[in-house]
Ligand binder design. Structure first.
Ligand code: FES
Ligand code: FES
Length: 313
């Protein structure tokens, strides 16, 4: 047996592979000849990456290894000793942080614009919506601290509002998914690419995904989806913040109505409610937790493309 570096020992039956997978430290016993895709789908039970060709041609197996999109059928698992790996299963978990980061970046730019007397630019971009809910008062572009969007309260709101990553949502909105077998690979290559490219055009996007194949969509919708995501990201995802604000407003109005009804009910002789509904009179009626936004539980089914019949084992 001989160790040739990076923990790879030729002649050994198995290797104890340790890496970070979607933010969790995991380990698995692998043989030196197993590729990463096999280990992900087998020992690590992470079946988002698909096996389309097994020889580096289709991109269905694409994952992100230490920030780089990699076709996982083309590298040995042992080469990933100590690596940080992101698969489609981990994408939704990054949604809140990514949206907050994009909003903070835009807010910084917006603040500069505001300082120059262009406050309307932020209002038009819908940025104010996100920050009013955060602090209870409008912050105004130039005076606000971009790090505000990373506070626990706002991150909690974003997590509850984003069962999917905005990139995944863009694929849905643009009908960029048919059978779905290629989708995890496209999502990962697009995510890696857009992390490093702020505002690519359609031709650049087309080039970026040229290593991935789709038998169903004809690529136009996939490019549409990535382009749409890039535009939303560079605007700081104003629609997401506007949606959160609208939901909080609706919840507050409903709670106020319920509280008013409840108060009326207690005033009635006999202690019976008088049609105030089931809103109750406790703290939940006037101050619903988290602005009344529904808790959403993520499942693998949210992020994983459907398995194709007869596809990867
Ligand atoms: S399965 Fe890896 S590129 Fe096709
Ligand atoms: S192969 Fe791309 S959606 Fe079917």
């Amino acid at each position: 047996m001989a160790e040739i570096g990076n923990g790879i020992v030729y002649g050994a039956e198995t290797l104890a592979l340790e890496l970070t997978l979607n933010g969790r430290e995991v380990c698995a016993d692998v043989t030196p000849d197993q590729n990463l895709l096999t280990v992900l789908r087998g020992a690590l039970q992470t079946t988002g990456p698909k096996c389309g060709c097994g020889i580096g041609e289709c991109g269905a197996c694409t994952v992100i290894v230490d920030g780089q999109a990699v076709k996982s059928c083309t590298i040995l698992a042992a080469q990933c000793q100590g690596s940080d790996i992101l698969t489609v299963e981990g994408l939704a978990g990054l949604a809140a942080a990514d949206v907050a980061a994009a909003a903070a970046a835009v807010r910084t730019k917006g603040g500069m614009a505001d300082a120059a007397g262009d406050a309307q630019a932020q209002a038009d971009a819908g940025l104010t919506a996100g920050f009013v809910g955060e602090t209870g008062q409008a912050t105004g572009g130039a005076s606000g601290d971009p790090s505000d969007v990373h506070t626990g309260e706002m991150m909690g709101k974003l997590r509850r509002s984003l069962p999917l990553h905005p990139l995944q949502q863009a694929f849905i909105d643009c009908n960029a998914v048919q059978c779905g077998y290629c989708t995890a690979g496209f999502l990962m290559v697009a995510y890696a690419y857009t992390q490093g490219h702020e505002s690519p055009g359609r031709e650049e996007i087309r080039e970026a995904i040229s290593g991935n194949l789709c038998r169903c969509t004809g690529y136009v919708q996939i490019i549409d989806a990535i382009e749409s995501y890039v535009k939303q990201k560079s605007a700081g995802f104003p629609e997401i913040f506007a949606k959160i604000e609208a939901e909080e407003k609706a919840a507050a109005e409903a709670a106020a109505k319920a509280a008013a009804g409840s108060t009326g009910g207690h005033a009635e002789p006999g202690g019976e409610a008088d049609g105030g509904g089931s809103g109750g009179s406790g703290a939940g009626a006037t101050d619903p937790p988290d602005g009344g936004i529904e808790e959403v539980t993520l499942t693998d089914a949210d992020s994983e493309a459907p398995e194709a019949k007869g596809g990867a084992a």
